[in-house]
Write a protein of this length. Structure first.
Ligand code: GDP
Ligand code: IMO
Ligand code: MG
Length: 429
């Protein structure tokens, strides 16, 4: 028996939420280990749709949810999300949700800086979610961040705010944006403290006990390998480490506990925000994928850019992300397309590459080299067995397996929880 880590293998929105919810029936604890409320995970269960940003997707199954130290927590967003899902009938209490006492807090000034900087970047903007994710992680490594545990110590909050404001008000002024006042921020945090602190604890201890007792832990990633701050299309990335290697550090457990690494990939590719996207389609096929796949950002509502499946990129994500099996989602969106293309390499200024190089200029110049496959006329939508798939759809999946050098472990054929084909149980390792 192994634990499982779920990570995105493209640029996010691959269907991690659906897959984590599905796998959570086999798990005891679901842990978020990075990211923040820039994530948007959609779960469809019967006639209910849950949209989760900070809360671990396992809560929908009534499993214990843990927000690890690697997450940046906006306390206002967290409380709002808890209220929203409670209104949908979910039970979220300190018995079902634990938050690492050493997780970093996102304050209103982080979103202000995020937005002001993006505005100044103009054409070169990253297209962030504007939620203060980057500035909060910067404060963490700069050793001036306010953490969940600080809410219990008004004096600590007071002197930390002095340092924080000295830095950020200077920056905000330079950016021509409004500044923040210490007393107002202090009052804001002290008012939040009694609502947040009941969820706080050293989660590493609980996870250690769970591990020793043989409980199954599911690590839920947000974003994806190509948005990883080291391995992604930098600087058009998020500010955290999204690879499975960070599941341990971001939760407070050893690397051996992470277990099987499941990468999630769509049967095509999408991206929200700016940055290189070699297989992006600007034609009717791209529009069709966006329409059929309902490709609009869960968090910002922005239309997602769409393109063909990029096997070269996913292969790279498999390697750097430590992916041992792939969950391929949204195969149904390709139903009825006469022809499908898969990117098997790039032409960069006349030279062939079998990976995406790190340099910005090279990434922008990468032109996909395609392999073309026949589509299928039947439907995969809602299929729950391998046998229910058209033969040509199976061929497409097999070719992807070959090209990305990872087996397909799960196949998803609709947004609905149970429209999932399990090839191999990831918890069996
Ligand atoms: P995440 O961020 O990786 O959790 O993905 P999102 O929830 O942001 O985006 C994935 C979208 O695709 C959601 O609206 C899901 O309901 C939907 N979805 C997931 N799997 C499938 C699938 O196999 N087929 C279709 N048609 N939709 C899916
Ligand atoms: P889930 O977990 C897709 C993108 C933003 C932007 C870049 C940086 O739902 O897959 P940030 O606000 O993080 O500083 O923005 O990263 N981005 C996502 N794109 N899915 C996500 O999360 C994303 N989280 C951030 O669009 O390009
Ligand atoms: Mg999403």
């Amino acid at each position: 028996m192994a634990n499982v880590a779920v990570i995105g293998a493209q640029w996010g929105d691959e269907g991690k939420g659906k897959v984590v919810d599905w796998l959570a029936s086999r798990a005891d604890i679901v842990v978020r280990f990075q990211g923040g409320h820039n994530a948007g995970h959609t779960l469809v269960v019967g006639n209910q749709t849950y949209k989760l940003s900070l809360l671990p997707s396992g809560l929908v199954r009534g499993k214990l949810g843990v927000i690890g130290n690697g997450v940046v927590v906006d306390p206002v967003a967290l409380l709002e999300e808890i209220a929203r899902v409670r209104a949908q009938g979910l039970i979220v209490t300190p018995d079902t949700l634990r938050v690492a006492e050493n997780a970093i807090l996102i304050l209103p000034l982080h979103a202000a800086i995020d937005k002001a900087r993006e505005a100044k970047r103009g054409e070169r903007k990253i297209g962030t979610t504007g939620r203060g994710i980057g500035p909060a992680y910067e404060d963490k490594v700069a050793r001036r961040a306010i953490r969940v545990c600080d809410l219990a110590e008004p004096e600590t909050l007071s002197f930390k705010l002095d340092e924080l404001l000295l830095h950020h008000n200077t920056l905000l002024q330079g950016l021509g944006a409004g500044t923040f006042e210490k007393q107002a921020l202090l009052d804001h945090l002290l008012a939040l403290a009694p609502q947040i602190l009941p969820f706080a604890e050293p989660v590493w201890e609980r996870l250690d006990q769970a591990r020793r007792a043989g409980r199954r832990i599911l690590f839920e990633g947000a974003q994806a390998v190509m948005l990883d701050v080291d391995h992604g299309t930098y600087p058009y990335v998020t500010s955290s480490s999204t690879v499975a290697g960070n599941a341990a550090g971001g939760a407070g457990i050893g690397p051996h506990a992470v277990g099987f690494v499941l990468g999630i990939a769509k049967a095509y590719t999408t991206r929200v925000g700016s940055g290189p996207f070699p297989t992006e389609l600007f034609d009717d096929v791209g529009k069709l994928l966006g329409k059929r796949g309902h490709e609009f950002g869960t968090v910002t509502g922005r239309p997602r850019r769409c393109g063909w499946f990029d096997a070269t990129m996913v292969r790279q994500a498999v390697k750097v992300g430590g992916i041992q099996g792939l969950a391929l989602t949204k195969l149904d969106v390709l139903d009825g397309l006469p022809e499908l293309k898969i990117c098997v390499g790039y032409d960069i200024n006349g030279k062939r590459f079998n990976y995406l190089p790190a340099a910005m200029g090279a990434q922008a110049a990468a032109t996909p080299i395609y392999e073309t496959m026949e589509g299928w006329s039947g439907s995969t939508q809602g299929a729950r067995t391998w046998g229910a798939l058209p033969a040509q759809a199976v061929k497409y999946v097999r070719r992807i397996e070959e090209l990305v050098e990872a087996p397909v472990t799960l196949l998803s054929t609709s947004p609905e929880r149970d429209d999932t084909i399990m090839v191999k149980d990831p918890f069996e390792g």
